[in-house]
Design a protein around this ligand. Structure first.
Ligand code: 5AD
Ligand code: SF4
Length: 463
């Protein structure tokens, strides 16, 4: 059955890498003459860009396919992209026979060919690579979803093989882009009016410039010096490759944000060893000490897995003690989920589900109190906020500080500041996950453009 019309609907699950991949897929589809629509019902082609990091994420896509499979009879076609596609491969056709296209992220370069096959009526199209692939998806057609803040992938894949993780299997081996192509993209984005850049990679700080010109810290510095760029973030860092020069770069380059996301996964050296994380609790804390000793206050966030096989009460208490010691500003905590093909799947001493649930809840409650106290310390400070949204009902504006904290504030003016503009906000209140404030002497004509006079003119939107 050939494709009826060239309209598409896409839904994205998972991490920022997937969100950014979808931006590139959307750009490619638009370039191939497709039109984007807002619902499955309106679309000729329905794409799901999937995540398989935990079982729950994986099940979501099969539920979605199941919900909408009747649409296949109306001539609509389904494509499964991303990590579940790469992991399950052709098995997806068995489980959901109405799917026509299955492609992992390393094959998106072939999307135009695959789309042509789809349009010609081919029923089972695959784009599946083995782990050794050198493919990376660079395209000039990226359809970025935000006109101020944009992603740049600097490294794909992962060679770390943590015992619980699917990523080395779904996204292949590590491959970095050249520093010159990253910088060209950053300049191009700055020229187009972007002021906030987020460098992406599964292990962003494992970056190795294929041209040998720059270390990761040097690349950070260079992106931070691109004219017009006011904020640079990077995610996700692996503690094993976290070097001191990254902290020095943040100290020296004002545009590098005061925030490091450094997943620890567990506070117990025993658990870390079984997880194959290749560091100890002490080794991790040494990196934290470097960051805490920086001349600027750098906010720290982390990821934690509770209930990894063999984790006992004492191990878990060490994780809580680590949270107390480090004082993170946000913690993303997950129950361990066994994943296919990973070494941890066959490990003994699995932790019962109810224990995992109880530990997760205890950890979240514990961390909430840490954050409650930490966020309160910001009351009275003046912070620069990039405007991200307006809540008209509450007359509030929301944005983010350089430390990546959500700040909800008012301006006292009838006109709201444009999305993407930067304002100085006095912090007047705090919750465990956000700050409250008031913009300082703000009027529409005086929105802060001081650091980069060449920035796009500040647009005033009346909402
Ligand atoms: N189970 C639970 N959480 C996981 N993560 C990765 N793999 C698993 C898994 N099998 C978490 C880690 C990682 C984050 C992106 O997801 O904490 O840092
Ligand atoms: Fe999920 Fe990992 Fe794939 Fe991102 S790379 S979508 S987190 S499985």
């Amino acid at each position: 059955m050939a494709l009826l019309d060239k309209t598409f609907y896409i839904e994205t699950f998972g991490c920022q890498m997937n969100v950014h991949d979808s931006e590139k897929v959307i750009g490619t589809l638009l370039h191939e003459g497709y039109r984007r629509v807002d619902t499955e019902m309106e679309a000729g082609l329905i794409l799901y860009n999937t995540c398989s990091i935990r079982d729950k994420a994986e099940q979501k896509v099969f539920n979605r396919l199941n919900d909408y499979k009747a649409l296949h009879k109306k001539g609509k076609r389904f494509a499964v992209l991303g990590c579940v596609a790469q992991q399950e491969g052709e098995k997806i056709f068995e489980r959901a026979p109405y799917v026509s296209l299955v492609s992992g992220s390393a094959s998106y370069r072939k999307l135009p060919e695959m789309l042509a096959q789809l349009e010609a009526g081919t029923e089972r199209i695959t784009g599946l690579d083995d782990r050794q692939t050198e493919e990376a998806f660079e395209t000039e057609f990226t359809a970025r979803s935000n006109p101020h803040r944009g992603y740049i992938t600097i490294i794909e894949g992962c060679d770390k093989f943590c015992a619980y993780c699917v990523v080395p299997y779904t996204r292949g081996k590590e491959r970095s882009r050249t520093s010159s192509s990253v910088l060209a993209e950053a300049r191009h984005m700055a020229d187009a009016g972007y002021t906030d850049i987020q460098l992406l990679g599964q292990n962003v700080n494992s970056y190795k410039d294929p041209s040998g010109k720059m270390s990761f810290a040097e690349l950070l510095t260079a992106v931070g010096q691109v004219h017009g760029i006011r904020r640079v973030r990077f995610t996700t860092s692996h503690p094993r490759d976290f070097t001191r020069d990254i902290v020095e770069a943040i100290e020296n380059v004002p545009t590098l944000c005061d925030h490091v996301h450094l997943p620890v996964q567990s506070g117990s050296t025993d658990v870390l060893r079984r997880m194959q994380r290749e560091y100890t609790r002490e080794w991790y804390l040494e990196r934290i000490a470097w960051i805490r000793a920086a001349r600027r206050p750098i906010s720290l966030t982390t990821d934690i897995i509770v209930g990894f096989p063999g984790e006992n009460e004492r191990d878990f208490e060490q994780t809580l003690a680590l949270l107390e010691q480090v004082q993170y500003d946000a913690v993303f905590a997950f129950k361990y989920s066994p994943r296919p093909n990973t070494p941890a799947v066959s490990m003994e001493e699995s932790v019962p589900e109810d224990v995992k649930t109880a530990r997760l809840q205890q950890l979240l409650d514990y961390q909430r109190e840490i954050q409650r106290a930490n966020y309160l310390k910001h009351v009275g400070e003046l912070v620069e906020v990039m405007v991200e949204g307006h809540n008209r009902a509450r007359g509030q504006i929301s944005g983010r500080s350089s430390q990546n904290m959500v700040v909800n504030f008012t301006t006292g003016a009838p006109i709201l500041p444009a999305l993407g503009s930067y304002l100085n906000v006095r912090i007047t209140g705090a919750f465990p996950n956000s700050l409250l404030g008031e913009a300082v002497v703000w009027n529409a004509a005086a929105a802060d453009r001081s650091r980069h006079p060449m920035d796009v003119p500040v647009k005033i939107s009346v909402v």
